[in-house]
Design a protein around this ligand. Structure first.
Ligand code: ATP
Length: 432
């Protein structure tokens, strides 16, 4: 049985150390979350898989890590200072604030009170650089990583020797003062994005837009999301930004309904042209083949690391009846599983303990492993199932005699006997 309510996931995430409420001992901070020991491994694996598949495995992609604080002029050029706002309405009675497009009734959904007219509310966090808090020292926490890529387009072009079409990819924190955060880590005010700006000739943009839509949709499936829980939704004409020629969302069937995981857009030459206009710098591209000079078009696949991590967690969750009641198991794709193997001595005494510890020390050089000698083997299996560990290895008295161990598969629960010398290679071969 899959997880069909968010509370099951929130409680597992807390109980097993994936995600905690931020600032919990002080009563918590609304919409902020901390990744615990298993959560940090899971989210890192999601980001590493994205980086490996989109950057390291491709000849036409390079990476970037731009700063979070950037010149405020960038946000004027991109339109974020003027337009990055949502219409919001306030309840005059309970003072809660809602996004106007999230409220379907005339009255406050919380208390039934009277609502104000919609007002624009800028989503950027504002701060000050340096010791003086004055208009000239205003800075913004970036609301997206994309602009860091656009303003480095020329630097990357001249230093990387990449020819069109090519992309620049970046993973990093973004901040938005969302009016209505919620649904656990789905919508927060501080989050991580995984963004690509893929630059191309204008006449190739349509074809590449289709390519990236499919490529990004398939990535989630390749990493184990069930196809029936994913859909690719093309935006209607009236949802499109005025400069975009096309936009589609990869959506996941969260317990609260199909919602956006990632947006893929054909943004034309809009962003580079805006920066040319505002900075006065030439950001056009010179085609070495025919010496033509033009401003490239860009296809933008823009994903959220936290949303993707949440979707992988929800999709992996399964409850299965077994002889002791219910087995809770996270059937993560092996690449994403926080811990790859657990090693158990049947009993915590010599010579089993030493044998198991030696295997742990060898294995931990290759992938994250846990060593557990507490409780019955059945209980130890349960603990690993709940965090999604693909392989459990038991060292017993026969191991001492014949140098073999039992390896148990998380998904099939089948057990095999293999030589201890083959364990690392066996697991490594399954992790690719
Ligand atoms: P939404 O409509 O859900 O507010 P958006 O269309 O504004 O999202 P984009 O600006 O396209 O989102 O951002 C790209 C990706 O960044 C989103 O698909 C999502 O995965 C992630 N993201 C955006 N805002 C948030 C947020 N507040 N919390 C977590 N992730 C976010």
């Amino acid at each position: 049985m899959a997880a069909n309510d968010m509370n099951t996931i929130v409680s597992l995430a807390k109980r097993r150390g994936f995600i905690f409420q931020s600032s919990e001992i002080y009563g918590g901070l609304n919409s902020c979350w901390d990744y615990g020991p298993y959560g940090v491994l899971l989210k890192k694996n999601v980001k590493d898989a994205w980086w490996k598949d989109n950057v390291l495995s491709r000849k036409d992609m390079v990476g970037l890590d731009s700063s979070i604080l950037m010149s405020p002029k960038i946000w004027e050029a991109s339109g974020h200072v003027g337009n990055f706002s949502d219409p919001m309405i306030d309840c005059k009675q309970c003072k809660l604030r809602f996004r106007a497009d999230h409220v379907e009734t005339e009255k406050c959904p919380e208390c039934g009170g009277e609502l104000t007219e919609p007002r624009q509310f800028n989503l950027m966090f504002k701060t000050f650089m340096g010791p003086v808090e004055e208009a000239g020292s205003v800075a913004y926490l970036r609301p997206e990583t994309a602009q860091g890529i656009f303003v480095n387009f020329k630097n990357v072009c001249t230093t990387s020797r990449k020819k069109l079409p090519f992309g620049i990819a970046q993973i990093g924190k973004s901040f938005r003062n969302e009016i209505t955060p919620g649904n656990f880590t789905f919508r927060t005010r501080e989050f991580e994005q995984m963004e690509i700006e893929y630059f191309c000739k204008p006449d190739e943009a349509e074809k590449l837009y289709e390519y990236w839509k499919n490529e990004r949709f398939d990535w989630y499936k390749r990493l184990g999301i069930k196809p029936e829980n994913l859909r690719l939704r093309d935006h209607d004409k009236d949802e499109l930004a005025h400069y975009a020629l096309g936009c589609a969302d990869v959506e996941y069937k969260f317990p609260f309904g199909f919602s956006e995981l990632e947006g893929i857009a054909n943004r034309t030459d809009y962003d580079l042209k805006k920066h040319i206009e505002h900075s006065g710098k030439d950001l056009s591209y010179m085609d070495p083949q025919d010496n033509s000079k033009f401003v490239p078009f860009v296809i933008e696949p823009s994903a959220g690391a936290d949303r993707a991590t949440l979707a992988f967690l929800i999709d992996a969750y399964n409850e299965e009846p077994d002889k002791d009641g219910t087995r809770v198991v996270l059937n993560f794709n092996y690449r994403l599983a926080p811990v790859k193997a657990a090693i158990f001595p049947l009993m915590k005494k010599p010579p089993l303990k030493e044998f198991a510890e030696k295997l742990f020390e060898d294995a931990v050089k290759h992938f994250p492993v846990e060593y557990d000698e507490v409780g019955s083997i059945g209980k130890r299996y349960r603990r690993q199932d709940e965090i999604g560990t693909p392989f459990c290895i038991t060292v017993d008295f026969d191991s001492i005699e014949d140098n073999s161990v039992t390896i148990r598969n998380r998904d099939t629960m089948e057990q095999e006997r293999i030589s201890v010398d083959a364990v690392i290679e066996y697991i490594n071969s399954k992790l690719v």
